[in-house]
Design a protein around this ligand. Structure first.
Ligand code: CO
Length: 438
């Protein structure tokens, strides 16, 4: 299998949550000699060096200072997001119902509900553990410990194939396990929770700690089916979270491939895109702006100097795009919908839900031409609203022009999405060319 795709599939499998995505990204950066920066101390940056900053364990900004750190001329930025639509556990509260222990969930972002039923799901996230000297954060993921959300049988839900509205409160509780029966002193069988007070008891026994030491947790559901190539000739790959871990992966691969450039190269991976980006670590926060300004200030530059660098910078906002679907082609504007494996799509929208302008689209077309990468266009049907991306948020906060691009996908926000193998390598090449400023 192609190296770029193997690396992407491994990344997808190892990152069921934004926390894991950041942790996996950090491993790549460390292996390439990048150093972590602490936001609470003064930075003393060196030229030709790689650094990264993490917020909330779920967003990460990595950059390379290049040869001209004193007068960098420009930032070359790629943005992507680490989160994907899923279901978040409602704390560790277990419910008993009809002999089963179940967990309530909240909807996070916009998943296609039906695709999450009758799958081998598992739980992942971060656990906050009490320690003598404070709180320890531990990442949790165990594909062996499955949970599930079964459908009712069609015999009791006859119109299900005409479309069924799942109620997130009532229908999507996930089943953890059966309640084990035990006998009391009179020999009568009775229901017992086997001393399981909360779901955290199960997690604690998995982690071999006391459940009393679990202070809190951020846990979500994920599909345990691994990412894989698909179609008769393996032209495509399918996995959960391709939106938008594929672009996180591509931006980091490109960042690490380009060194000693004249501008400052940046890959900004934000959490919370699927829920509006308005968090301290989201794209609609101070995160990117503060990191970029501190790069300039760290070498004695001024705020005015920072603004001057911003004025000649460029953002490529990279998020998944829709690929034309042969069975549903009437849902798309067929003149402006990309096909799988024909290259990155440039996304435009008259309502500015995408940041692309004629000017920034032209710049990206030139990047693609230079990289020998084909490109396509995406514009939504004129009678339906379009999705949103990080592009307009980062561009507006920083005053840096941006283009919205993305690789075409089928089934966006399904538990399993499908993308084109060639497109991933095309996008890495395009990002490398964007970063290579000389
Ligand atoms: Co997305």
């Amino acid at each position: 299998m192609d190296q770029g795709i193997r690396s992407l599939l491994d990344y997808l499998n190892s990152a069921p949550t934004a926390y894991h995505a950041v942790s996996e990204t950090e491993k790549k950066l460390k292996a390439a000699g990048y150093s972590i920066l602490d936001e609470s101390v003064t930075w003393n940056l060196k030229p030709c060096s790689g650094y990264y900053v993490i917020r909330n364990g779920s967003s990460l900004i990595a950059f390379h200072t290049g040869v001209n750190l004193e007068t960098p001329g420009c930032f070359r930025i790629v943005t992507a997001h680490t989160d994907s639509p899923t279901f978040r556990l409602k704390e560790g509260m277990l419910n008993e119902k009809n002999g089963m222990l179940t967990l309530g969930v909240e909807v996070m972002g916009g998943p296609i509900f039906s695709t999450w039923l009758d799958r081998d799901l598992a739980v992942a996230g971060r656990i906050l553990i009490r320690k003598k000297d404070g709180i320890e954060t531990v990442l949790y993921k165990n594909s062996e410990r499955k949970v599930l959300i079964p459908n009712p049988p069609i015999h009791l839900n006859r119109t299900v194939n005409k479309g069924f509205e799942y109620n997130a409160q009532n229908h999507l509780k996930c089943i953890v396990k059966s309640i084990q029966k035990s006998s009391d002193s009179t020999g009568k069988s009775k229901n017992s929770k086997e001393n399981i007070e909360s779901f955290y008891d199960l997690i604690a026994s998995d982690l071999k700690i006391s459940s009393r030491d679990i202070l809190d947790a951020d846990l979500i559901l994920y599909d345990t089916q691994e990412a894989a190539l698909t179609s008769w000739e393996d032209e495509f790959f399918s996995s959960g979270r391709i939106d938008n871990l594929a672009m996180c992966h591509a931006s980091i691969q490109a960042l690490l491939a380009v060194q000693n450039q004249t501008g400052i190269t940046v890959a900004a991976l934000f959490d919370n895109e699927e829920t509006g980006s308005k968090t301290p670590q989201g794209a609609d926060s101070s995160f990117l702006e503060q990191v970029l300004e501190r790069i300039i200030l760290s070498r004695g530059g001024s705020r005015e100097g920072f603004m001057a660098v911003c004025a000649s910078s460029f953002i490529v906002s990279a998020d998944a795009a829709h690929a034309i679907h042969p069975n549903f082609s009437d849902l798309y504007d067929e003149d402006f919908t990309p096909e799988l494996n024909k290259g990155p799509a440039i996304k435009k929208n008259a309502g500015w839900n995408y940041a692309s302008t004629g000017e920034t689209a032209s710049l990206f077309k030139l990047i693609c031409e230079k990289a020998d990468v084909p490109y396509q266009l995406f514009i939504n049907r004129s009678d339906s609203p379009t999705g949103k991306t990080l592009g307009p948020l980062s561009a507006a906060r920083l005053g840096i022009p941006a283009v919205d691009v993305g690789n075409p996908l089928w089934s966006m926000h399904s538990i399993r999405e499908t993308g084109g193998v060639k497109d991933h390598n095309f996008m890495i090449k395009a990002f490398e060319t964007h970063y290579r400023v000389n």
